[in-house]
Design a protein around this ligand. Structure first.
Ligand SMILES: Nc1nc2c(ncn2[C@@H]2O[C@H](COP(=O)(O)OP(=O)(O)OP(=O)(O)O)[C@@H](O)[C@H]2O)c(=O)[nH]1
Length: 398
């Protein structure tokens, strides 16, 4: 193969290289399938790209239908990649209809290269445009990476549809040697530019998703999806640094006779109880508050902008809500929980406040369970006149 051929094959080889890189990413991750669809899109586009870069005009005419089919498939896989990432329908039937009309029209105009280029570009661009339009309709609050993807996908789809206009502007004579034409060069460059751009973008999106997942696994209790002990300590220290969130309280809660629940209705019902309690705790707190499962049937909460009396009300409210909830346990069984409530003013007190809340919790257990015990110590260094009132708690909730 001479140097000229190698040069014209460069775009197709680059596409194959990108496709291989995406395949590797997917093989390592085995999670974000959109990487696999993008890999297929570039591999399928690279084949007709390589062929059209080197084939004679006669060969181009003879194998036009096959090239067009591969391009359409490439466009469809790219659309599938975006649709999967945005979680919008792939619209396979509409895509298939567009592909069929495109193919039939391309075959009908098989002797007219200009018409074929217009038809296939419009077909591929429309197939890619489908998920973009769905995403624009359905997505509510995309973050900045998604916005970049959405905007660039829209631009690329529109460019693909309108690209053959270049031919009209340049005149038909450019088409005599297809692979050397300005149109072909412009097509190759724009395809390559967007292929590299989308590869980097989708890889960044995949990396971000992996980091988020790892962070969640590190910080969340896998059963209840609330914070685990490690994340609670880390976040609680941050909250306690913020003087605007004072006064605060620690609530320690423990399910009563949980072993009996497991023994009577089975471990999986016990798991459902743990989930119900986590949801109930979360429903009863506000934006900056923290809810964590410290292990087994023990839960800890950090309530912000709250005094001890209000924190006790929150605990009582949760206790009463659980008593009357029969969504998991049968009507003749009552789900109860005991609580200890302790004040906290700064990060240095975290350990001692947790211990105090825990001691109070076990005092509640020994006193007969299903009750809230509150610390006798009050806040030492807080001027209550200058702290924010708590809008979320009132006696009417009890
Ligand atoms: N279903 C379920 N059970 C758990 C889980 N983690 C711990 N347990 C069970 O929780 C029970 C805790 O029992 P105990 O420590 O004796 O406490 P209890 O029965 O709630 O009694 P009191 O706390 O004294 O009221 C044990 O039977 C554990 O097996 C879990 O993730 N799922």
């Amino acid at each position: 193969m001479d140097k000229e051929h190698l040069y014209v094959l460069a775009p197709a080889l680059t596409l194959l290289f990108l496709s291989g890189s995406l395949l590797l990413c997917w093989v390592f991750q085995r999670q974000q399938r959109f990487l696999l669809w993008q890999c297929c899109a570039y591999a399928l586009t690279a084949l007709p790209f390589a062929f059209q870069s080197t084939a004679s005009t006669e060969m181009l005419y003879r194998y036009a239908a096959i090239s067009c089919t591969l391009y359409l498939l490439g466009g469809w896989f790219l659309a599938k990649c975006w649709a999967e990432h945005w979680r919008v329908p792939t619209q396979t039937r509409v895509s298939l209809a567009i592909a069929l009309v495109t193919l039939i029209s391309a075959i009908y105009y098989s002797n007219n290269l200009l018409a074929r280029v217009h038809i296939s570009s419009a077909g591929i661009g429309l197939i890619m445009l489908l998920p973009v339009l769905s995403a624009l309709r359905h997505r509510h609050s995309p973050d900045w990476l998604d916005k970049v993807l959405l905007t660039s996908a829209l631009i690329y789809s529109v460019i693909t549809i309108t690209r053959p206009m270049i031919i009209t502007v340049l005149g038909h004579s450019e088409f005599e040697k297809f692979a050397n034409s300005v149109y072909w060069f412009a097509s190759a460059m724009s395809t390559l530019f967007f292929a590299i751009f989308f590869t980097v973008l989708m890889a960044a999106i995949a990396i971000r998703a992996t980091i988020r997942q790892l962070r969640n696994e590190r910080d969340q209790d896998s059963l209840t999806q609330i914070l685990n002990r490690r994340a609670f300590y880390e976040l609680a220290r941050c909250r306690l640094e913020d003087k605007r969130l004072l006064p605060m309280a620690i609530l320690a809660g423990d399910i009563d006779h949980f072993k009996r629940i497991n023994d009577t209705w089975g471990h999986s019902r016990g798991d459902e109880v743990l989930k119900l309690i986590s949801a109930t705790l979360q429903r009863n707190v506000r934006g900056f508050d923290l809810v964590a499962r410290f292990g087994g049937e023990e839960f800890v909460m950090l309530l912000t902008r709250i005094d001890l009396a209000e924190a006790e009300q929150v605990a009582q409210r949760i206790r009463l809500e659980l008593r009357s909830d029969h969504s998991v346990l049968p009507k003749n069984a009552t789900l109860t929980m005991s609580f200890g409530v302790a004040p906290i003013e700064n990060a240095k007190q975290l350990e001692s406040a947790l211990k105090e809340a825990d001691d109070l919790l076990y005092a509640a257990k020994h006193a007969g369970r299903d009750q809230v015990h509150v610390s006798g110590n009050n806040y030492q260094n807080i001027d209550f006149e200058h702290t924010m009132p708590n809008p979320g708690v009132s006696a009417s909730h009890i």
